[in-house]
Each structure stands twice: as C-alpha cells, then as structure tokens.
Design a protein around this ligand. Structure first.
Ligand code: NAD
Length: 378
C-alpha cells in the first residue's frame, strides 16, 4: 500500500504530516511512502533525510496523489484535490464535519473513506492518535509565551535591591488540554494563576498544578458522554460573567480556551469586563477561530486594543512551533495507521464497528456512514 502526503496549501501553514522518524516506522511496517520534493521545507528537513529512511521524493505530486491508497493531510481537501484522489482510498485530515456538509457529500460521491481528525474519540485507547490534544497542548504553551512578550511586566516575583516586583496574575478560562498546559507554563514562569471551567471535575486538576480554582455556582453544568462541556443557558453565562468580573479586573493576563465541540464558542468576556481590566493587561483568545470567548476578539491573528488592554485572537498558535507540532501530528497519524495495519495481509481493513474507526470515519463505500452526519432514516 502506498501513502502520499500532499504539501499543505493553507496560507501560513508551517506543519507537515510526516517527519522522517514516522516514515521509517511506516516503511518498516511494509508501507511505501511518497512525498512531494521539498515536503519538509517549513520544518527545515531536507529531502535527503526522508530518502534516507525509505521515502520516495517525487516531482510529480499529482500522479503520486492519484495512485495513493492512503492520503494524509492537515486541512480538509479542496474539491480539486478530491477530484484527483483514487476512489476507495483512505483520506485522513481535519474536515470540520459539523459545518462542511457539501464537502462530506463530495467525499462520499467520490467513494473516499474519509477520516475526520477532530472526531477521533478522546478515549484512553485512542490517546496516541489524538491530534486535537497534541496540538492544543502546544497552543496552550505558546499562548502564555505570546502573552508574556506583550505584557509590560515580568511573570515571576523578583526581590532585588532595587525593589520587589510582584508576580503577574494570570487567569485561564477553560481548562481542557490547552488550558492545563497554559496553567503549567504560566506557573513555570512564576505567575500566580487562577483558573475556571464549567466542568466541576477540572477543579482537582487545576489544584494539582498549583493554581487556584475560581468557584462560581452555575447550577447544573456537567459534561457530555465524550467529556465535552455542555452549552450553558443565557442565565448561566450571565452568572459566569458576574462571577469572573472581579478576577478579570485583577488579572494581568487572561488566556481563554473555552470551546464547545462542533459549535460556536461562548462569548464569556464582554466589552464592559475588558474596560474593567487594568491598562497594559493582555488577553489571548485561543477560541478565536470558533468565534472567540471575548466579544472584542478579531480572529485571524489580529490584535485589538481597548482601554489599554491588548486582545489577541490567534488562528492556530501551534503553527509557531512547526517542528514539535509536526512531530506530534506525525506520530498521531502514524499511530492511527499502524494501529489498524495488518502487516501480514498488507491491508488496512476498515471496520466501521470498531470504536475508534467508527468514531471518526465520516464517509465510506460511497456513503456518509458516521451516525452524526448520515441522512436520518425515520
Ligand atoms: P475543548 O477545547 O473542547 O474546550 C476547552 C475547555 O473549555 C473545556 O475544558 C471545556 O469544559 C471548557 N469550557 C467550555 N465552555 C466553557 C465556559 N463557558 N466557561 C469556561 N470553560 C468552558 O476541550 P478539550 O481540551 O478538547 O478537552 C475536551 C474533553 O476531552 C475534556 O474532558 C478532556 O479532559 C477530554 N480529553 C480526554 C482525553 C483522553 O481521555 N484520552 C484526551 C484529551 C482530552
């Protein structure tokens, strides 16, 4: 079987889907890997490093794509790319399936077996393939560093002959994977950290990292069976804003990461709350691409200043760390393939009843097969 990874065409994308170590693993497992020449350029990896572990570097990427049995990508394929794929091939990439029904129909019509990376179950068994987690982890780290370079203060406390500098106060809103890493990073830099999440189970995790959990009584919040936050009612959001306003006003840095899987992110920080913050404070809104947790956020990496408060809405902060982001992505994709690969038969069987495959396979055999997106039969 032949794996091909096209070069990503999204502007500002720096990540690649396979690093040489992963190519080595796949080739050793009996798969053939072809990559376009210059594939590793954004990670400063020369073609010779890929060739040394058995990849074929091709000058005819279209032909390689058309003959591939497995295609690995980051962004969802464009209609032009789908038209070039071999019918029946397995395609792994983000798909944003909740918002891309036309794309899903096109993939089904072309008989592509399309896996949506965002739908890989968040289970212990699938942890090694969990692209959302691996990338969010780096984004949480990068968000704190970004804020630290925009803040007009330092993070740690310093007692010097010239006086004592008090530690920066950092508030993390939304304590999933990105939020936990943001807490850990801010703590390592010496900040005093507060955090809040609507899922009560998070309190212990926050405390274990040495941060303070902000308690706000919102009534019944809970989480879905998959561990995601449930959407709050408008009344609960109002209560949350009121409960957070004081902490926001005291904070030098706020990192917001509060997302709702498959839906628009909740607006938690209003214009008024921003105006209540100290001039010089910084907000990094990691939920910007889903609409943002801050009313004033402008997505796409834009920076807005209101009353001396800087609000940054980065699009995909993990792209600022291309080598490590690619290393994790490459490991996740390779783990997915080797998990299902039957080396003896040299086949990758697709079993829709498998909990991992069935959880993330959107189209197969010319149909939309995922229960969340398949046409309803009544
Ligand atoms: P996410 O990116 O979807 O959301 C980030 C955080 O925002 C979540 O913790 C969510 O509860 C929180 N949030 C939503 N609305 C909020 C609001 N109004 N105010 C404050 N916070 C709000 O989350 P994620 O990081 O992708 O994690 C999703 C879930 O998956 C979590 O339960 C996580 O523990 C779980 N998970 C499990 C595994 C595993 O078991 N292998 C791996 C990774 C993640």
């Amino acid at each position: 079987m032949h794996i091909h990874c096209p070069i990503e065409t999204t502007p500002n994308e720096t990540r690649v889907t396979l690093l040489p170590d992963s190519v080595k693993t796949l080739v050793a497992a009996g798969l053939a890997v072809s990559l376009p020449r210059g594939f590793g350029k954004t990670c400063l990896i020369p073609d010779s490093d890929y060739e040394a572990v058995g990849a074929t570097m091709t000058g005819d990427a279209d032909a390689a794509l058309a003959s591939a049995d497995i295609v690995l990508g980051i962004a969802a394929p464009t209609p032009e790319r789908i038209a070039r794929l071999k019918p029946g091939c397995l395609h792994l990439s983000f798909l944003d399936p909740f918002n891309q029904s036309a794309l899903i129909q096109t993939l089904a019509q072309k008989n592509i077996s399309a896996v949506s990376l965002e739908m890989i179950p968040r289970s212990t068994l699938a942890q090694k393939m969990d692209v959302l987690s691996s990338q969010a982890n780096l984004a949480g780290y990068a968000a704190v560093l970004l804020a630290s370079t925009r803040l007009n203060k330092i993070f740690p406390m310093m007692m010097t002959p010239s006086g004592t500098l008090s530690p920066a106060r950092v508030f993390i809103v939304g304590v999933g994977v990105a939020g936990l890493q943001a807490i850990a990073t801010a703590k390592r830099l010496g900040a005093r950290v507060d955090a809040f999440d609507t899922r009560p189970v998070v309190e212990e995790q926050v405390k274990s990292l040495g941060a303070k959990f902000v308690k706000i009584d919102l009534g019944d919040t809970g989480q879905t069976a998959q561990g995601y936050a449930k959407e709050l009612t408008p009344e609960q959001i109002e209560k949350q804003r009121a409960g957070m306003a004081k902490v926001c006003a005291q904070s030098d840095v706020i990192i917001t990461t509060a997302k709702l899987f498959g839906r628009k992110s909740p607006v938690i920080i209003t214009d008024e709350m921003v105006r209540g913050m100290k001039p010089g404070s910084v907000i990094v809104d990691l939920a910007a691409s889903g609409g943002g947790n801050v009313a004033l956020t402008k997505p796409g990496g834009e920076t807005v200043t209101e009353n001396g408060v800087t609000i940054i809405g980065p699009e995909c902060l993990e792209r600022t760390l291309p080598l490590h982001a690619s290393q994790m992505l490459s490991a996740n994709l390779t783990n997915f393939i080797t998990h299902f690969w039957n080396a003896k038969e040299k086949q990758l069987p697709i079993d829709t009843a498998d909990s991992i495959m069935g959880g993330c396979l959107i189209t197969h055999g010319g149909q939309v097969v995922h229960p969340s997106f398949a046409p309803k039969t009544t």
